[in-house]
Ligand binder design. Structure first.
Ligand SMILES: Nc1ncnc2c1ncn2[C@@H]1O[C@H](COP(=O)(O)OP(=O)(O)O)[C@@H](O)[C@H]1O
Ligand SMILES: [Mg+2]
Length: 233
């Protein structure tokens, strides 16, 4: 296995054990290599294993078999405590639902993520980050007063405020109309180009992947099918 990549996945399988003896095979031998600074889009039908792959890379759930290395950590035999540390320091998550706390302002939603990670220092990129995201003038508002695109950009700020080397976005535009989707995709593209943020994005939309100049992977039945590159990176 090559170790110069920030994510290295080889022969990964995942089987969920349901009640009784029912087993659900979600991943059936996934190989994936991502370099620092890449933008990778993952397309595939519902149930093809996209979220399961993210949950394993992000330390939410352990792999069944195979090799998984993320930001220098071997996930194969990680304890729950080690996976928690991985989630806290190495990976930022963005979901289809923005999951902002409704009683807190946008700024407080972002700040609380810093406190949870125990990082009281001001990130020198922070001011710049919020202007890159185009939300600096909306920070005192609570989520209900923000558009969907603004809420998702606040969620992105929260996900990367502690500078995780990897951002995982699971259908980040799935709840948004085309105008708000474009704002969020523009933001992700900017973070990748300007800050060199490594991003993996699940999407149903090939246009979204192309818009972000992302390397595009297709999943089906728990496997990565074929690879195509836009050639524009
Ligand atoms: N926590 C879970 N427990 C049991 N089965 C699951 C769980 N999560 C996902 N699955 C199953 O694994 C398969 C892949 O799901 P998922 O990774 O969510 O795919 P996708 O994100 O591409 O829709 C599906 O058959 C799904 O029902
Ligand atoms: Mg999913």
């Amino acid at each position: 296995m090559v170790h110069d990549s920030i994510i290295e996945v080889e022969g990964l399988t995942k089987v969920y054990h349901m009640s009784g003896r029912v087993e659900v095979p979600a991943l059936r031998g996934v190989d994936l290599s991502v370099k620092t600074g890449e933008f990778v889009a993952i397309l595939g039908p519902s149930g093809s294993g996209k979220s399961s792959l993210f949950h394993i890379i992000g330390g939410l759930t352990p792999p069944s078999t195979g090799c998984v290395r993320v930001a220098g950590h071997d996930l194969t035999n990680m304890t729950d405590r080690e996976r928690t540390a991985l989630r806290r320091h190495s990976v930022g998550f963005v979901f289809q639902r923005f999951n902002l706390l409704p009683t807190l302002s946008a700024a407080e939603n972002i700040e609380i993520a810093k406190h949870i990670a125990g990082d009281r220092q001001t990130d020198p990129r922070f001011e710049n980050l919020l202007s890159l995201l185009g939300i600096e003038h909306r920070l005192h508002h609570k989520p209900h007063a923000l558009s969907g695109g603004e809420q998702q950009r606040v969620a992105i700020a929260r996900a990367i405020v502690n500078q995780p080397p990897i951002l995982l976005a699971d259908e980040p535009t799935g709840n948004l109309d085309s105008q708000n989707s474009k704002a969020v995709l523009t933001t992700l593209k900017t973070l990748n180009k300007e800050l060199g943020q490594t991003i993996l994005m699940i999407t149903h939309n090939a246009e979204a992947a192309a818009f972000c100049d992302a390397r595009t992977l297709h999943m089906l039945d728990g496997k990565i099918l074929a690879e195509e590159s836009t050639g524009r990176q």
